[in-house]
Design a protein around this ligand. Sequence first.
Ligand code: PEP
Ligand code: MG
Length: 581
Amino acid sequence: MKVKIQETHLTGIAISQGIAIGIPFFFAVIEDSIPEKHVPEEALEGEIDRFRKAVNRCRLDIQKLQAQLEMENAIEAVAILDTHIHIMSDPLLNENVEQEIRNRRKNADFIFKELSLRYQEKFKAMPDAFFRERVLDLQDIGRRIIAYLCEQQHVSLSEIPEGSIVFSRDLAASDVAEVKGSAVLAFVTETGGATSHAAIVAKAKGIPYIASVDFGLIEQVTPEMAIVDGNKGVIILNPAISTLEMYEGRKQEQNQFYHALEKTSFLQPETVDGHQMRLSANIEMVNEIEMVHRYGAGGVGLFRSEYLFLSQQDFPSEEEQFAIYKSIVKKMNGLPIVIRTFDVGGDKLMPQQQASYKRNPYLGCRAIRFLLQEKEIFKTQLRAILRASIYGNVKIMFPMVIGISELLEAKKMVEESKQELKKSGKKVPEKIKIGCMIEVPSAAVVADLLAQECDFLSIGTNDLVQYTLAADRGNQSSSVQYLPTHPAVIRLIKLVVTHANRFGIPVAVCGEIAADPKFTPLLMGLGISELSVTSRSLPIIKNAIRNVSILEVSQLADRILTLKTPEEVEECLLAYPNSII
Ligand code: PEP
Ligand code: MG
């Protein structure tokens, strides 16, 4: 029997910020008991047709959802749903279902459910994060198709009561994407990491989300109310009146604060003592440029070009890429844009790479390694970028470089691409700025060598933390020590700045910590000159910059560099007077 409990605190990993107070809603994946039915020979084609129609209706649902998301500007979510359409259209899956219906003479819903479970089991057994995350996509799509086959309405988060806090063991991207208005105030899940598709969509929609929560207790109790503190990763079940009042106050303050911040987009990102920072946006899609301008970014510090093509069968041609880059560059109205060359591999595989998928993909042929191995793909992209660069202020950046040899080889590719274009009579820029990402400890250690060979460095802390601490960024369970506050990470950032300063080139940070205001004073104090963040975080980071003096944050950084543990660093950052949340 379930029991009612007193105020109870649970903790998890905060992966989308904000505070929510609402009614718990337990969102279970429907495990329909689908009957196994015999289908007579003459009805087989009709059964197959029923299956095809169900798939088509799902495709239409998802396309409608994409249109809604585009209007809400949740662009990453649109890209993720492209993956769902891609899986649904997979000829192998569809052919297998149809063949089994014919061979076994069973009903489509029964066959499809069986096959979809088989696929899920296969994916679950694979050790890599990429495949584990595809299991959620498969479940999501499977649920929809079965609902249509069984003539049920798809159970969706768009129909749940207003003001709900959704508790679910796991969450698929399209569940999150379907949420409308204020129906869902927050998500709490047992599985999931900050880089799961569901997390990316929740962030894009501004919905607080806490993952890696132990559901053991929750299942035995009947909470009537819950508070989700997505800033701290805390869930409070059945809060006492005093706790509730405190959080209502905090929430109101936070809302007012965000509201006021949005009006500051015209202000400069400068400190109280007049030190100018550069504040730029990270983007994945062309239509994000509108938000970049709305929130007053100084440019795009990271364009993750691979997101444009991840769900496609093949790499796009030079002409296709040129058209996209040119359109983005023109929309920048002269502001700088850093185009990062494809970072595929790791957990970002194109369909044709998945067959040759290896263990430890993060340590394998990813990013610049892949590009230097697949030189034609690399040069095609470089030619397209070079051609587009004459329409604005474009810089090229290479991902996951581990040392000088890769950087020199990549630069040589840029030079060769330029010559090829010139020979064919195309216009190319005389000089294009080249930057190098620092995402691997080895690159940080030899940043002096890299700094002599490029125009800027940009620290990708999402990966730098992962590779420094041997902690998978996509699997942030409590046992994995993925801690950006680790002194080793902070010392590496300092080292990169020191090296870059010697050669007079700027250093940016474009990983997720740049969008966390708790880190802003520290990063500035360490000498970072540019922060590049997701568009929704621009106002809050600008505010964090405008609240500090460069003198004081330098002292803070010096103090933090003497600390010994991630916990001490965390405490010091949270205690800093300008820390916002
Ligand atoms: C990073 O690693 O911090 C980064 C910005 O790159 P991505 O998140 O695309 O790997
Ligand atoms: Mg990275």
